[in-house]
Design a protein around this ligand. Sequence first.
Ligand code: CDP
Length: 224
Amino acid sequence: MEASAETPSFVVALDGPAASGKGTLSRLIAGQYGFAHLDTGTLYRGVAWLILNEGKDPSDQDLAARIAGDYAVEKIAGADIRTREVGAAASVVAANSGVRAALLDFQRRYAKTPPGGLKGAVLDGRDIGTVVCPDADVKFFVTASAEIRAHRRWLELKLEQPDLEEARIYKDLLERDARDAAREDAPMARADDAELLDTTHLSIDAAFAAARRVIDGVFQRCGN
Ligand code: CDP
């Protein structure tokens, strides 16, 4: 059944620091419940990539806001937005209020009316439970120790860049987390009503099982 005025979209919000496992969890949750999934980090990474690709400066506020205002996913087709350079630039453009304002409406519409007529949406990012979808049906704040997160990201990135040092990734993540948590506009934060999911010592299966228990509990309470 499509989300409609009678059956509003069921929204699951996942926030948390870099490489905490929220992306993998979001994809599993979306698959399990037949929901759409929006990795909101790709929007900030996309804007950052477009700026870097033009050889411009991500901290140029007017330029970044203009690029975010014209953003369309087709513009980054085939681009490698997962690199550490793009990640660092993404957290610079993400501190720009003009950029955030330009991307907000799209995210809210996605949550309210998921593509393909699906009956729910999973959004992951930094401010989903606090700013984008404060009324989400279920919220998680996914975290893990910085060492574990850096290790996971290093394993991912070194497939493409075998020379990459884990210590470098660790430093990148700390810098990015600090910038994301300290910015004035929509800082990374755990919403008061978000379930904390610390994946430091959890396998992905165990984290997914824990998330399912929470979501199923909400389903039962609201009679789905
Ligand atoms: O995948 P990873 O956790 O490394 O990061 P990401 O989710 O791809 O996000 C890249 C950057 O975008 C973050 O470091 C944030 O600065 C920014 N971001 C944000 O500000 N708000 C969001 N809802 C999502 C991402």
